[in-house]
Design a protein around this ligand. Sequence first.
Ligand SMILES: Nc1ncnc2c1ncn2[C@@H]1O[C@H](COP(=O)(O)OP(=O)(O)OP(=O)(O)O)[C@@H](O)[C@H]1O
Ligand SMILES: [Mg+2]
Length: 449
Amino acid sequence: MRALVIDSADLTRKRLCTFLRDRGYDVDIADTGEEGVLRAQGFAPAVAFVAQQLPDIDGEQLIQPLTSLGVDTRVMVMADAVELDRAVHAMKHGAEYYFAKPLDFDHVAMILDGVESLQRSSREDAHSRRMDRRKSSRTPTIGESPQIVKVQRLVKLLAQNRTTPVLIMGESGSGKELVARSIHELSGISGPLVEINCASLSEALLESELFGHEKGAFTDAKVLKKGLFEIAAGGTIFFDELGEMPLAIQAKLLKVLDTNLFRRVGGTIDIRSDARFMAATNRDLPQLVREGKFREDLYYRINVLPIKLPSLRERGGDILLLADYYVRLVGESMGRSYMRLNSSVEELLCAYRWPGNVRELRNVIERALILAGSGPIAPDHLPADIRELHPVETGSAENGKLLPLWQVEEEHIRRVLCSTNNNHSRTASILGMSRSTLLARLKKLSPLS
Ligand SMILES: Nc1ncnc2c1ncn2[C@@H]1O[C@H](COP(=O)(O)OP(=O)(O)OP(=O)(O)O)[C@@H](O)[C@H]1O
Ligand SMILES: [Mg+2]
């Protein structure tokens, strides 16, 4: 495994390099951000340790270029002093971990243990054509709300019907990628899951990435290159952020879906593709179709059994199930498996609207665990916007506009439902209504915007 250390401070660099080499890593070093990114491109490190302060750039600005190298590089930021807001910001933007200097190497080792085992399993997933599903270490899809149970049913159904295209829609952080992986793994197909982010490449690059190119197809095409459709043979090709796919590529994709045939760029022979199609988007595809930005025929072709992931705020008691799961998971990685949430924290978590969904919840829990140290998690350890009064108390939305009564009521029903873990009888009794009245109200709850 390879590690890259980007830091201009000699002492940290030296100690860290020794530590990493002892752990069996091939280590490369860079003094500046620019040099770091250049080295990373050739070196493809599994982990990169980046100082927050570098001579030419703020280390956090390297998170994005380093994590998008396409090799699953995990970025650890090293700060001179812990500033919580920056730590949270860094982790929200893709950093794996945020350490304070001087580094506590026991702690670094613990975090690396987790990263290494995750990377091992994802490498196995990607490369092993004889994937042993019993060993699979995928994240379980946590949740018991009716909405997520429906999703789980669809996941099973789609895993059994291996030729049906899969379309997953949902807000950012709602678990689209997790669902795609689950379907792939449950379907027991032998090929790899190959992912492509449609927003990250230009039209020309996307085309040669997908279909490959013949030698000499264009100036830079010095050798024949296989496209992802070929690499995904016998497996799954997963288009993330499908809504961003350029129209010209959409037309080509539709053709592959219809005929199972494609040609390399500059090629003249048809190649057969048996990769299963999956796609995810957080955009409103019907709206994009109306705006002429997404092909209607492609939309109908893939919209067979679409999975619409509910937002976290629609999932009631799942908020607490997930929060508990992350408290245990993250707590264990910090050696604090005894950590639990108390009821005042739970109440605040239930009342919040979760624009960043499950990913945001995970970040909030991680942050709270870091802040709580070895003590109990208290409301103070939650970010200000979660601690602040919310619509039910203020009767107003985030923009300060006063809300109509039905909306305040709905918020309150959702909140009580969450805190009783979706127990209808208890919810009804707290709200002072009969169970049947509650059920009728739940049916009428407006879909959240
Ligand atoms: N039901 C769930 N149970 C457990 N973990 C979940 C669940 N849903 C999402 N997660 C976790 O939340 C995080 C975000 O999920 P994921 O990356 O799948 O979201 P996404 O919809 O693809 O987000 P984006 O739109 O930003 O790409 C991941 O760490 C994932 O493991
Ligand atoms: Mg995603």
